[in-house]
Design a binder for this molecule. Structure first.
Ligand code: ZN
Length: 142
């Protein structure tokens, strides 16, 4: 735990207090919500794809919960803009933890990955690959 880690902790607090791209996106291609019952985190992600649905044009979110879950969602909205949908779908837990830049205890990993799972499940549902009302981290063994 050196200076670098403090910097990342500040960044998480900043995203938590001043969430980026917060609010409902009216022209979203798809919207999906999820929850992490272990902590009480809730997040809805709105995603706008380009016309050929291969690239993410923009992402917004709304949510409620702990600093890790909300900061992760806020940081993801920035990370995902301009990303290929296939690349987004390939993101995993380690990518999210790298993005946050701090050590995440096993209990908090579900907080950290909630937004990623919501945005990925939303894409699968939009493409007809999955049927799901709401994403939950409850049964997640990762
Ligand atoms: Zn949480």
């Amino acid at each position: 735990m050196g200076m670098g880690s403090d910097m990342y902790r500040q960044q998480i607090l900043d995203h938590y207090k001043n969430p980026r791209n917060y609010g409902e996106m009216e022209e979203a291609t798809y919207s999906h919500a999820g929850e992490n019952p272990m902590c009480g985190d809730e997040i809805r992600m709105d995603v706008k794809l380009d016309d050929d649905e291969e690239t993410i044009e923009g992402v917004s979110f709304e949510g409620d919960g702990c600093a890790i879950s909300q900061a992760s969602a806020s940081m993801l909205t920035e990370k995902l803009r301009g990303m290929a949908v296939d690349e987004m779908k390939a993101l995993d837990r380690d990518d999210v933890i790298d993005m946050l830049g701090v050590e995440i205890s096993p209990m908090r990993v579900k907080c950290a990955v909630l937004a990623e799972k919501v945005v990925q499940d939303g894409a699968d549902i939009h493409e007809g690959e999955k049927q799901l009302d709401k994403t939950t981290t409850e049964d997640d063994d990762e």
